[in-house]
Design a protein around this ligand. Sequence first.
Ligand SMILES: Nc1ncnc2c1ncn2[C@@H]1O[C@H](COP(=O)(O)OP(=O)(O)O)[C@@H](O)[C@H]1O
Ligand SMILES: [Mg+2]
Length: 289
Amino acid sequence: MAPAPHQGFRHVMDEQDNGRVGTKAAGPGQDANKETKEMLEIRNLHVELEEEGKEILKGVDLSLPGGAVHAIMGPNGSGKSTLSYVLAGREGYAVTKGSITLDGTDILELEPEERAARGLFLAFQYPVEIPGVSNMTFLRTAVNAQRKLRGEPELSAADFLKLVREKAKALKIDAEMLKRPVNMGFSGGEKKRNEILQMAVLEPRLCVLDETDSGLDVDAMKLVAEGVNALRSPERSFLVITHYQRLLNHITPDMVHIMADGRIIRTGGPELALEVENNGYAGLLEEVA
Ligand SMILES: Nc1ncnc2c1ncn2[C@@H]1O[C@H](COP(=O)(O)OP(=O)(O)O)[C@@H](O)[C@H]1O
Ligand SMILES: [Mg+2]
């Protein structure tokens, strides 16, 4: 079977605002006077699987201010990973309605790498293994590709080495791991820590962590949480997607959103996560049924 052509991200929406600019990098604060002060604004987002035309996200609304940590919780199959993929621009999903803006810019118009250059980072639920590419080469290529897209000079080999060693040390990542092919033969905990290393090196503006805690023992989870907490800053926001409450004992969110059947059904403070921990999702689901 011939491989499917790369289709990029299909954005099926009424194209009213043809005059959209959206190519200038929007740094922190630069667009503060635009229509929204939120860093990430998701409005009435409807998403279908391209192949099957099945609607997965059915009107998601979410606002994430700069410097904030919001958690998204919800039962399996509620659409959490789909939301993270659509944010990153993964192919195979069609946005049929709604919008996503990052620092006031419509990102649905942008290719995944352009979104990344604007500071969007997705830590995968299942990190991929890349045989034949060393972790170091991968990181350096990613950093320099982003710098290039932003019109910044590339980092020299020496500067990059210094940067990555520093970040790896802070995350208690063995230098040996940097030489190995990306995620090959890494334990579950090492893969997740490697995702956090990528995040630390790329210094994103918006970090989306999709079940970074899944499959981790308590010690590995604490290391991941420490890594995230070390990266918290007024200029950086996090969407922490998790099925369980336990990660949120270590990463305290400002807000918690509960997702079910493709919608946010409740938003509250950190106590909402505890409510889920104690009562499960059943009660919340009944409320909206
Ligand atoms: N590529 C796909 N093909 C078929 N079904 C999919 C695909 N991606 C997601 N789904 C379906 O969409 C729903 C939401 O999935 P997902 O976003 O992974 O939820 P969550 O991360 O909350 O567990 C599920 O019913 C899942 O089976
Ligand atoms: Mg998921």
